[in-house]
Design a protein around this ligand. Structure first.
Ligand code: ADP
Ligand code: MG
Length: 235
């Protein structure tokens, strides 16, 4: 197997210190996801889903265990290399969109491109193209507050797609949307995964998770489902 095409977590544990209390948010999680897979992560509130996503996104370092994302061990990199790696490899989509409020839709999508060293002209062109693909060509100059929730999430997905990442991570991307917009975002994410981008999505939404190739369940920081098979055939 080519290790550069796999995301691999080996015995990852994450312990948070909360005053003099400690919380084991992830307990010895091992997991392997191949490039191009689409994976839904389900589990009750507080089970460690967001923590797992933060680690997969190289945003938060595990207390122990190793992380390899397409051949790179992100937590071995220095800060500058790590930011570059994240910017080039990973797109993030969040429940509350996390758009920059004083920037237009277009500018929000341009930001990661500019941070990645793309020229302003090219960033503008690319951002327009992606927003157009997501049906937002008439919303380029609107600020987040002038957009509906569904439109904001589409801008956030455009922002994630703009840099052409290999991996998109989404944390409850439909959690704050009405039924109609949930369906639109589910369609969009399913089409993202058809492009060969690896997609890992935390969601409670069955309509969304059933669109993906694999479901993982986590409870109390432990992965319940054997990590490597699509459909487990116990024999
Ligand atoms: N920064 C933090 N500091 C302390 N405890 C945290 C922190 N982040 C998460 N936790 C705790 O870790 C556990 C898992 O949290 P989280 O990954 O956010 O779960 P989920 O996304 O499944 O709701 C919870 O008990 C939560 O309270
Ligand atoms: Mg969460």
């Amino acid at each position: 197997m080519n290790s550069t095409k796999v995301i691999k977590l080996d015995s990852v544990t994450k312990v948070y210190k909360d005053g003099d209390r400690t919380v084991t948010a992830l307990d010895n999680v091992s997991l392997s996801i191949e490039q191009g897979e689409s994976v839904a992560i389900e589990g009750p509130s507080g089970s460690g889903k967001s923590t797992l996503l933060q680690i997969l996104g190289a945003l938060d370092e595990p207390t122990s265990g190793s992380v390899n994302i397409f051949g790179v061990e992100p937590f071995q990199l220095n800060d500058k290399e790590l930011s570059k790696f994240r910017n080039e490899t990973i797109g993030f989509v969040f429940q509350f969109f996390n758009l920059l409020p004083y920037y237009s839709a277009l500018e929000n999508v341009m930001v990661p491109l500019l941070l990645g060293g793309v020229s302003e002209t090219d960033a503008r062109e690319k951002a327009k193209t992606v927003l157009d693909e997501l049906g937002l060509s008439d919303r380029l100059n609107h600020r987040p507050s002038q957009l509906s929730g569904g439109q904001m999430q589409r801008v956030a997905i455009a922002r994630a797609l703009g840099t052409e990442p290999k991996l998109i991570l989404a944390d409850e991307p439909t959690g704050n949307l009405d039924k109609e917009n949930k369906a639109i975002i589910a369609d969009l994410l399913a089409s993202v995964s058809k492009k060969g981008i690896t997609l890992i999505v935390v969601t409670h939404d069955q309509l969304l998770s059933e669109r993906f190739g694999r479901k993982l369940r986590i409870d109390g920081g432990r992965l319940l489902q054997p990590s490597n098979e699509k459909v487990k055939d116990e024999s």
